[in-house]
Ligand binder design. Sequence first.
Ligand code: TXE
Length: 468
Amino acid sequence: MTDLTMTIDGAAVASERYFDVLNPATGNIVAAAPDCTTQQLDAAMDSSSCAFVTWRADEDRRREALRQAAKAIAAAAAEIAPLLTAEQGKPLRDSTGEVLGTSAWFKYYANLELPREVIQDDDRVFAEVVRRPIGPVAAITPWNYPLLLAAWKIAPALRAGNTVVAKPSPYTPLTALKLGEILREALPPGVLNVISGRDPLGAAMTAHRVPRKISFTGSVQSGRRVAAAAVDGFKRVTLELGGNDAAIVLADADVGAIASKLFWGAFTNNGQVCSAIKRLYVPEPMYDDVVDALAALATTVRVGNGLDDGVQLGPLNNRAQLDRVSELVDDAVNTGARVAAGGVRMDGDGYFYAPTIIADVADGTRLVDEEQFGPALPVISYRRAEEAVAHANASNFGLGGSVWSSDTERAGMVAAQLECGTAWVNTHITLAPHQPFGGVKWSGLGVENGPWGLYGFTELQVIHRAKA
Ligand code: TXE
């Protein structure tokens, strides 16, 4: 049993029940995590309500607390990173990067100004628009970036004056519980509660009477349930629901110069990134060159236990995801696609799948049309750029997209035609605290990050003073 505890009202809280967390590289149990009871959920929610009253009132204190939080997280990087690798699977270097990114997000929001906007100031009226916190926030996160995606919610929510009850994925609860423990000193009791449990806990949070806002990252299916549950009390929602990002290579691109960037745009975190390249469109004349270059990279990249030196890709996070990727690749092959690299599970007890490049595939194949969320990239050939743009946009998803070319002006014009939240040129998945991130269509509602992400945790109030 783990000694990691939930954080409720600033205190360490164990549970009557526990559930196992597996190491995806070995299939062994890493630890057991507390399975939050209904009474504990109520206690966490009530504590976030009580803490809201004072937390919202003192902006300077909030900024200082977030600065302290950023320092505490960075200082604990060497302790948290191996735990992240153990529960998520990613290589240790990437885990360290995620912990430091988490710290950077707290620092960014600590330093961000929350504007007061005067909209009228004349001899009759002084009117200003202020942004008020909403109240207690339920933050629900997935297993691909358990810490960073929690920070995308917790840091702006707290900065704006809200309090938070956070729930990580049952696949990766340990580092979020650890985050709660680490921040107990920096944050007053009740300001950040971290609880863990299986999926029904997420549903219980969204249905709970206390939260005024739900910030959710996860699947489309769960996102629908969250949105439906929020309707009753008109809880505010931000939803980040994944994508099926297309990357379009233009005919003037230099294959040698872009191949590695394309590869990592698709395979970072083993493709378990909402905004990874999930389908690649390539002009016919350079199709074979691109497929060969990507296949060469896929066969040489080092896959293994993320704790081992030199490993570049770990296992998939969980058995269900491994099965899904496997099923989508098998389906493509059964319908005539060609495996240019990979296409098989790797030996061993962990959830390893060989980095896979699938060629001679087209729209209409599940691997192209659905979100695979794993290390299998379909490469599709096209004749005219308009055709590629039309295919890219013919999706229910609209999170990101990218265009690759030696002519960045032209690529920028093509990128502007993509129906998505972020359109990149000659790069993909490049994210930053100040850059808003969100999707159109089924990819979500609202945005995270930057001042816009902060505004999502506020409500406008007009203060209108008559002077005469
Ligand atoms: O997500 P879930 P899963 C996609 C990816 C993957 C699929 C399934 O395609 O194959 O989703 O992953 C909590 N009310 N993404 O099953 O179930 C749950 O406990 C409230 C995209 O892990 O949506 C967890 O904390 N909460 C993605 C969180 O929701 C509920 C990242 C996400 O779990 C709930 C991960 C409910 N009814 C997967 N049911 C991205 N956008 O980055 C579950 N949860």
